[in-house]
Design a binder for this molecule. Sequence first.
Ligand code: SAM
Length: 408
Amino acid sequence: MPSATPLKPITGMLKRRIIRDLAVGLGGGYVIAEVYWHYFDKHLKRVDDYYAKHGRLGSAQLLSACYDGDCERARALVAQGAEIFVTDETGRTALHFAAASGDVDTVRYVLEAGIPWNALDVGGFTAGDYAEAGGHDAAYDELVQAGIRAEMVLRLVGAEPAAAGPGGAANEDYLSQPVEYSGDKLVDAENNGVMMSWEAPLMELHARAICAKPGGAVLNVGFGMGIVDTALQALQPGRHVIVEAHPDVYRHMKSEGWDAKLGVHIVFGRWQDVLDEVRALGPYDGVFFDTFGEFYKDLAEFHTAAFAGPCPLLRRPGGVYSFFNGLGGDHKLFHDVYCRIAAADLGRLGIDTEYSRVASDVAVDEETWKGVKRPYWMLKCYNLPTCTWAAVQDGAGAEDDAAPQDAA
Ligand SMILES: C[S@@+](CC[C@H](N)C(=O)[O-])C[C@H]1O[C@@H](n2cnc3c(N)ncnc32)[C@H](O)[C@@H]1O
């Protein structure tokens, strides 16, 4: 139906009026925007002044430059006074952000500026976790190198290592208090897990690594739940020496008849105190070490006692050594640093170390640690060490590789 009031054509005066109204509107908008930006600029300056006064100049920008992997910008911000030791609300440091970017220069710069390689955020994640999540292998390796350097410095000044501490109570305290066997675990007086049955598949692999054929002599330091010893027995060694220091564990071993097993010798005492007796029963074709409440330095001392000197515990050549590799087992970055340090230390004693990566087919999760004070293993992959005498280089030496008791 046609409109009752037909539209007038836009002509002449009406057209001019529309153009004028538009101009006035746009002009007004322009003026309002100018005034707004003028005050907003002033506001931004006040914010900057506030942060400068409170020592937080550019901290958010710094974290963001690290996240962008923009090393030059991060460097410039710090030169202008930005604080490097800042964290965001989840405790992430500049190193976490740099690691997430994957840029090696930024990671290196932030480390040099002083952020510790082993900083944890509120969730307990290391910078290594962020590098790994992004698939940034080179950045991850940079963090491992930084960890090795830092631990070497601690060693030089005689301090305890930061990343591979004890699993619970120190050894002497642990040995002076009762332990309890309860179902699938052995716990100490403070409910720390001394040994747990989830480790059984790993113990099977350790046993096979050190006892390749029947009839040989094997040594195990630390009985615990007897899992590795049971696996060793199944492989029929000719002589099987077990060192155990805890009186309750020793009693338990006897109650299970271990002292009556053919070829089994129990040496009761701390390995540190009974080495002569253990040595007299050697040398061994296979040696396994898994104690409790000891530091990395104790493990390193065992290595020196076992491999250096004129009468090593391990038969030379041909002997195979392994140890429970729980070093830094609650953080992958710490673990990787200590795997490298242990291999380097063993290398200095003439021992080659190879780590086989064992994907944990047992789910070690929060459920596993229910009722246990402190989880000592939270990683998905276990690095099983197989250690053998390094071949003596031609012309290097003095030592005859075939002599069973030569110095390492
Ligand atoms: C983790 S458990 C060993 C578990 C064992 N691998 C298994 O398969 O069941 C550690 C054992 O080492 C013993 N131990 C701790 N310190 C020791 C020391 N200095 N010398 C000898 N044994 C020690 C503990 O009493 C405990 O029985």
